[in-house]
Write a protein of this length. Structure first.
Length: 68
């Protein structure tokens, strides 16, 4: 309510949600905090791309455990 959100009110645009998330959760708004593992995963991007749509994300995770 303090942010101007009301039940049944107009939907927010992506930019509006982004601004609210940055205000409410500053640690999440900084992508660097969420992308710390990307350098470790980067060598497997081609393999992951091949698995996407064929197996579940959980299966991809399990398979990557044996690659690292």
């Amino acid at each position: 309510m303090a942010a101007g959100l009301t039940p049944g009110g107009p939907p927010l645009r992506t930019e509006q949600w982004s601004a609210l998330v940055a205000e409410w959760f500053p640690g999440l708004a900084d992508r660097a905090h969420r992308q710390r593992t990307w350098p470790a995963i980067q060598p497997f991007h081609t393999v992951i791309d091949g698995w996407l749509g064929k197996v579940t994300i959980a299966t991809i995770y399990q398979r990557l455990l044996f690659c690292v």
